[in-house]
Design a protein around this ligand. Structure first.
Ligand code: UT7
Length: 372
């Protein structure tokens, strides 16, 4: 059986920062309330011209570059999002086209849990031997579905995109186990009522502001603290591991209090838990891949780290995955980096001299050809 190594990772966050004090000018809230209740200090908001497609493509290009892979080598693209550019076509096909990939692509809607669903799906295509390279993206522009007069939601969310390349490998890396969960009986707690087939887009939808996200925060909070730790533990046990074997927990970045409760229930110290929500807020399906990328960039994840990702969100849904990281070098540079430092410096000088000599030889030839 093939394994799905995480071969590349990338992220994109919009430049525009919206701080808690900016929000104090919009709704009846305070920096103190937001920080103590959620841990969030600021979030990124997509600017003009930025869409879920453009942000996904930026994150994907970085992931492909790190994997040393061309888009044309992809076999499948999976995009987890609840904020596509259009109702139709699926944003996944727009991303495939913009990347220049020639492969299948589909979008997946599982709320904030979508990326872990996507990762587990990618692993199945690889394990079955059907595909070699699958791109998984989690991307959201929640800011455009937010009611900026509703303090219950507008202080929580932000925009971002994250992507990974999952690549077939013979070594047992990548997703070792996963758990997917759904409980639609809690659907009403996190919902956009308008714009679907039950309440198609109309003046009434706009008048009732039913095209915006509505959330019963307290209920979602209770649900999250019920499922998060259990889902993480089930995936860890499913991989034949114990919590002590886990190097880093990457939970969905919705609320610091939810994360702390889950860490306590799992007996994990907070230094084994990755948190970046203070800078981005809840970026829904993008939160886990963006956190993964930053954890790698900060050296919190290294070669052979055992990482647990766990998410929860609209549906209500939840999902967890245990991921064993493989080599973090770009494959095309791995050989180069394996050469000891001094030999590498000597090789660099030799290559520069060689290219200068080649240039000196080729220049008269070039001049003669262009003179004709
Ligand atoms: O990805 C999944 C998406 N959703 C979530 O993860 C959300 C999960 N839930 C939460 O994170 C928390 O429930 C919230 C942060 C949304 C709210 O925190 P809470 O401690 O559960 O507050 P609460 O809903 O119990 O509200 C407490 C009070 C209320 O006032 P009253 O009724 O006690 O007078 C709210 O009206 O806080 C009020 N409140 C605010 N006050 C200032 C609600 N939002 C705000 C606000 N600023 N932004």
């Amino acid at each position: 059986m093939k394994h799905g190594r995480i071969a590349g990772w990338g992220k994109y966050v919009p430049k525009k920062v919206l701080t808690n004090s900016d929000l104090e000018r919009l709704v009846d809230t305070s920096d103190e309330w937001i920080v103590t209740r959620t841990g969030i200090r600021e979030r990124r908001i997509a600017g003009e011209g930025e869409t879920t497609m453009t942000m996904s493509v930026a994150a994907a290009r970085q992931a492909l570059d790190r994997a040393g892979l061309r888009a044309s080598e992809l076999d499948l693209i999976i995009v987890a999002t609840s904020s596509p550019d259009y109702m139709l076509p699926p944003v996944s096909s727009m991303i495939q086209d913009r990347l220049g990939a020639q492969c299948g692509a589909f979008s997946l809607v599982a709320g904030c849990t979508g990326f872990v669903y996507g990762l587990a799906t990618a692993q199945q295509f690889i394990a079955s031997g059907a595909y070699q390279n699958v791109l998984v993206i989690g991307a959201e522009i929640i800011s455009r579905n937010i009611d900026w007069t509703d303090r219950n939601t507008c202080v929580l969310f932000g925009d971002a995109a994250g992507a990974v390349v999952v690549q077939a490998s013979d070594t047992p890396t990548g997703v070792l186990s996963f758990r997917l969960g759904s409980d639609g009986s809690g659907a009403e707690h996190l919902m956009v009522h308008g714009g679907g087939v039950v309440m198609p887009m109309s003046q009434r939808v706009v008048d009732e502001r039913a095209h915006y996200i509505r959330m019963n925060g307290r209920e979602v909070f209770k649900f999250a603290t019920r499922v998060l730790a259990r889902a993480a533990l089930e995936a860890v046990e499913g991989a034949g591991l114990a919590m002590d074997d886990v190097d880093l927990l990457i939970p969905h970045q919705a609320n610091l209090r939810i994360i702390e409760v889950a860490a306590r229930q799992l007996g994990l110290p907070m230094d084994k838990v990755f948190v970046n929500l203070e800078r981005y807020g809840n970026t829904s399906a993008a939160s886990i891949p963006v956190a993964l990328v930053e954890a790698i960039e900060q050296g919190r994840i290294t070669e052979n780290s055992t990482v647990v990702m766990v998410g929860f969100g609209a549906g209500l849904t939840w999902a967890s995955a245990v991921v064993k990281m493989g080599a973090l070098d770009r494959p095309r540079y791995a050989l180069w980096r394996s050469i000891p430092g001094r030999a590498r410096a000597r090789a660099r000088v030799a290559m520069r001299t060689l290219s200068m000599r080649a240039g000196a030889l080729l220049l008269p030839l070039y001049a003669r050809v262009t003179r004709r």
